[in-house]
Design a protein around this ligand. Structure first.
Ligand code: ADP
Ligand code: MG
Length: 351
């Protein structure tokens, strides 16, 4: 049972001028699963290396239950790391792979056998003790790697994109398995991913890391529906922004007299400061034949049938509006004149 405090961490690698982590702070509750979401190169793995002790921060502190762990040996910190590849010892069988950490600790072979059995039940692979790790599928290998990580009863479980190399079905199964096991054991966990859907599915709270800084931290559903900043909104799949002084918020309810080209300007790449900037998710934009309140006229530049929804690109005032309408939805041909509607209840303010 561990509360983790990451406090003002800074890290610049030697021979580099650009900091990888800048004043990074995050508190993780006991038993919580935090997803750390960020594009490749944003510093996710570096953070995990600081926690496990593979790297040292230039400044800042890392505390488990209120005590700094920076001066504790990496193998004594109680933080275990699981990677994209399982790195099982190929010459050892499953039992010896999982039991390795306990053996190093001098635990009796009888206890190890019992613990390995318990772990194999937990990961849903009972009875495979004697299999060579080379005979495991990708998904089985990751389950065994998870068992190996958990068998020592760690204070903190760190998962560094553990499912990235698996195909969709295996990946979905393992997402569910990891979530259930994490809840059952109540182990405090950081799950690193660059995949939005996976990070949302796997977390109590989600932290968005861009260029070494946390730009958003909230429950997945809040971050998805109401990202507060342009950067966070873009990472959440929002590409349509509206700037206009006539768009106002009163008593937290949005009052949009009328979104039209003379009252609001469409932006896809907002830059600088705006007095009022609103965003809307692509699945909330309507594409329709006729104009109405809160709509702008445009021309269809693309319309793709995706099965569960139709994806449109509509050219409006030299801007491209991307919309997704759930089926059944009208299919408009390229070049057709249409209206895009921005329902006021779905517009939200960003900074
Ligand atoms: P992520 O896991 O989010 O993809 P990393 O933490 O691996 O990001 O890397 C962040 C940045 O730090 C990248 O620009 C990467 O090239 C750089 N970096 C990572 N490890 C080292 C290292 N050992 N020495 C120098 N630069 C590194
Ligand atoms: Mg990484």
């Amino acid at each position: 049972m561990t509360t983790v405090n990451l406090m003002s961490l800074n890290k610049t690698y030697p021979n580099s001028t650009a900091p990888v982590l800048k004043d990074f702070s995050l508190s993780i509750n006991d038993g919580e699963m935090i997803a750390l979401l960020g594009p490749s190169g944003s510093g996710k793995s570096t953070l995990l290396k600081l926690i496990t002790g593979i790297e040292r921060p230039d400044s800042g502190d890392i505390q488990f239950d209120g005590s700094s762990i920076l001066n504790i040996d990496p193998n004594k910190r109680g933080a275990v790391l699981m990677f994209q590849k399982s790195y099982l010892f190929p010459f050892l069988n499953v039992e010896d792979n999982i039991g390795f950490g306990l053996k190093v600790q001098g635990v009796s072979s009888q206890t190890i056998r019992a613990e390995v059995k318990r772990m194999l039940n937990l990961i849903g692979l009972p009875g495979i003790e004697k299999r060579k790790s080379g005979q495991l599928s990708g998904g089985e290998g990751q389950r065994v790697a998870l068992a190996r990580a958990l068998v020592t009863n760690p204070k903190l479980l760190l998962l560094d994109e553990p499912l990235s190399s698996l195909d969709t079905e295996v990946r979905m199964n393992l997402q569910e398995a990891i979530r259930n096991i994490q809840r059952e054991l109540g182990v405090t966990t950081i799950f690193v991913s660059h995949d939005l859907g996976e990070a949302m599915a796997m977390s109590d709270r989600m932290a968005l890391l861009l260029n070494g800084e946390i730009v958003a931290l909230d429950k997945p559903e809040n971050l998805f529906h109401r990202p507060r900043s342009v950067a966070a909104a873009k990472f959440m799949g929002v590409s349509t922004f509206l700037n206009g002084n006539q768009l106002t918020v009163k008593n937290e309810a949005l009052s949009v007299p009328k979104v039209s080209s003379d009252q609001a300007r469409l932006l896809s790449e907002p830059s600088g400061r705006y007095t009022k900037l609103f965003a809307i998710r692509p699945e909330h934009i309507r594409v329709q034949k006729d104009g109405c309140e809160n709509s702008m006229q445009g021309v269809v530049s693309d319309c793709v049938f995706r099965g569960e929804y139709v994806e449109y690109q509509i050219a409006v005032n030299e801007m491209t509006v991307r919309a997704r309408m759930p089926m059944p939805a009208p299919m408009f041909p390229h070049g057709e004149r249409v209206f895009v509607k921005f329902p006021r209840e779905h517009l939200f303010e960003v900074i």
